[in-house]
Design a protein around this ligand. Sequence first.
Ligand SMILES: [Zn+2]
Ligand SMILES: [Zn+2]
Length: 178
Amino acid sequence: MFTLKLEEIHDEGLNLAWQEERASLLAYLESFSKIDFDFESPLQSEVKVKKVGRSILITGKVETTLQLQCTRCLKKFFYPLSSRFELSLHPLKEAPSEEEVELGREDMESSFFEGGEIHLSEIACEQVLLDIPYQPICQEGCKGLCSVCGQDLNLSTCQCVKEKWTSGFSVLKKLKLD
Ligand SMILES: [Zn+2]
Ligand SMILES: [Zn+2]
């Protein structure tokens, strides 16, 4: 885990680039109740950290490849992720000054830090989480699984689909017999 102390940030700002392996990322992600994705490649992060009053402004980007599960056909697929972000961090339990309030533009995320330290790994991981689609799909127009027999409809059609389209009545009959 990559942590930065406030006194390490010079007045002109600090440029940082680092890479984290899957294993150390997973240790962090264990604190989340449900992990429905995995890292396929290390997480590359690049940030510029600047002090603005007592607040910290972080701009940068995260890049990695994830393994996600398609919500339609349940297949795992690779998802290249590259996300730029801008984040302002305010000291916890201290009212922000006017200059710092200006940082809190609507389009910018803001958060808090405590104890004179900034947990950069955590921030990078959060940016990845924010960029994961709510309902990932493996490809545009994925046909998903048949809700009756579970056949992957991207690979072939199944009997159930045909019946549904030829006669609604035969589907009802089949359901009764089952
Ligand atoms: Zn799919
Ligand atoms: Zn089917």
